[in-house]
Ligand binder design. Structure first.
Ligand code: CA
Length: 259
């Protein structure tokens, strides 16, 4: 994979397109050029992806199975996310309406990929207040965990549940070890509890985290494994940025376990 911007975190792109071959073609090309592409094939899936992932750029097809992409434009634009319309519709009216509704750019299919990339890079560069691609965002189910805000956010934005530093650290290690048991001693160390004997503090923290995820609408599968630790299972995690197992990468220790 060629990574022209190696070192920088890849720009997050949400690609909303119902034609699988076109989606594939664009997705592969942009990925090979250092972008992180999240695909959606309907207005509904696109809305969810945009709200959850807060991408740097959105590519939006107009003719979608469950509606017209143009209806999504105002929602994307209000979030100050630049949007490029990619459509087979070549009529001037579609172009004018799209631009009127806030699209930054408009390309008519068939798409010339190199041109698309150049235009996208220009759009990203011209963002007045670019969102940092370094912000860690984890999305699963219909929720998003935002490291910068340190909160759980629902896809429709109706809820914003703050999580503590301890809960964040726990979630981080659970996600990085999804499907594997993380043992109690290690978790105790992560949250700054000296001895496994005071493991009740750990159980309380895990319970709180679990409750917050569930209250936000995510039926999290996070269970205690008798005598060893905790197991987090999820087959629907989307990790905004890669996670490492490196515990040293975890942020400064929290002074108190109390939330
Ligand atoms: Ca279409």
């Amino acid at each position: 994979m060629s990574m022209p911007n190696a070192g920088a975190a890849p720009a997050r792109v949400v690609l909303i397109e119902d034609s699988e071959p076109i989606r594939q073609m664009i997705s592969v090309y942009l990925t090979n050029n250092g972008m992180k592409v999240f695909e959606a094939d309907t207005v509904g899936a696109g809305r969810r992806a945009v709200n959850l992932l807060k991408p740097q750029i959105v590519l939006l097809d107009l003719g979608l199975e469950d509606g017209d992409g143009i209806d999504l434009l105002p929602e994307i634009v209000t979030q100050k996310i630049p949007c490029m319309v990619i459509s087979a519709r070549s009529q001037a009216l579609d172009r004018v309406i799209s631009l009127e509704k806030g699209a930054h750019d408009y390309m008519t299919k068939p798409i010339e990929l190199r041109e698309l990339l150049l235009r996208m890079r220009r759009m990203i560069a011209s963002q007045a207040t670019p969102t940092s691609p370094n912000d860690t965002i984890w999305a699963f189910g219909d929720i998003r965990v935002d490291q910068a805000l340190r909160a759980i956010i629902t896809a429709n934005g109706s809820k914003n549940v703050p999580i503590t530093a301890t809960e964040f650290k726990l979630l981080r290690i659970f996600i990085s070890r999804a499907g594997r048991v993380v043992d109690r001693a290690e978790l105790a160390k992560v949250i700054g509890v000296r001895s496994v004997e005071v493991s009740r503090a750990l159980d309380i923290s895990v319970s709180r985290l679990r409750k917050k995820l569930r209250d936000s609408g995510y039926e999290v599968n996070l269970r205690s494994v008798r005598g060893s630790g905790y197991l987090f299972s999820s087959d629907q995690i989307t990790i905004g940025e890669p996670l490492s197992d490196d515990l040293d990468a975890v942020e400064a220790p929290e002074t108190s376990l109390a939330s």
